[in-house]
Design a binder for this molecule. Structure first.
Ligand SMILES: Nc1nc2c(ncn2[C@@H]2O[C@H](COP(=O)(O)OP(=O)(O)OP(=O)(O)O)[C@@H](O)[C@H]2O)c(=O)[nH]1
Ligand SMILES: [Mg+2]
Length: 193
């Protein structure tokens, strides 16, 4: 995928602030620190347009990145981060839920899970929730550079088994460090928009 133009175009915390455009949208989901913002940067070939951090809780709003004037990537706050006040987490949860449930432009959600670990209870809940609401999902196993290649298949199998993934849902190994998985994930996204 050749990236010619990319911009952080809109920031929203409520529906009135969603962009008034018809571009297809692809949203990220996943626990805090799993690598959602890093994933976006790699996909759009920018070092740090999406703000990342070793500190969980970096992304706090819905951030719409417009790519090639054709598609929006929507970065969202992560779940499962205990250090953020409960009330704030609840707000983030509501904000994301509302966006996922009501947004017509949303074509798919990329659910990011850490390739090194078994999916968490919250990862499972998120996968089931997306399924329940009929939202197409692509699962991306992040930080693939942190496990040896000889173990990739084993880790991917654990993830698909634990999430009880349906046959039709795709799973990709990804690394924001090396760019591994970038082209296959782009192809999967393009099929969905
Ligand atoms: N080695 C390696 N590190 C990664 C990868 N992806 C992300 N990281 C690191 O993981 C940390 C968290 O990455 P972020 O992209 O900020 O995570 P996030 O999911 O956006 O986190 P929140 O905004 O808090 O929800 C950063 O220190 C990244 O450098 C990867 O593929 N490989
Ligand atoms: Mg982030």
């Amino acid at each position: 995928m050749k990236i010619t133009k990319v911009d952080l175009k809109y920031i929203a915390v409520k529906p009135e602030q969603y962009p008034n455009t018809f571009l297809p949208e692809i949203a990220l989901a996943g626990r805090s620190n799993v690598g959602k913002s890093s994933f976006i940067n790699k996909m759009i070939n920018r070092k740090s347009l999406a703000r990342t951090s070793g500190q969980p809780g970096k992304t706090q709003t819905l951030n719409f990145y417009e790519i090639n004037e054709k598609i929006h990537f929507v970065d969202v706050p992560g779940y499962g981060f205990a250090k953020v006040a409960r009330s704030v987490r609840d707000q983030w949860g509501k904000m994301i839920e509302q966006f996922f449930m009501e947004r017509e432009q949303l074509k798919a959600v990329l659910l990011l899970v850490d390739s090194r670990h078994k999916p968490s209870k919250e990862d499972k809940l998120m996968y089931d929730w997306l399924f329940h609401f009929d939202i197409p999902v692509i699962v991306v196993a992040t930080k693939g550079d942190k496990i040896p290649k000889s173990k990739w298949q084993k880790h991917l199998k654990i993830i698909s088994d634990e999430l009880e993934m349906r046959e039709e849902d795709q799973l990709f190994l990804f690394s924001s460090e090396t760019g591994y998985g970038r082209e296959p994930v782009w192809r999967a996204i393009q099929k969905m928009i």
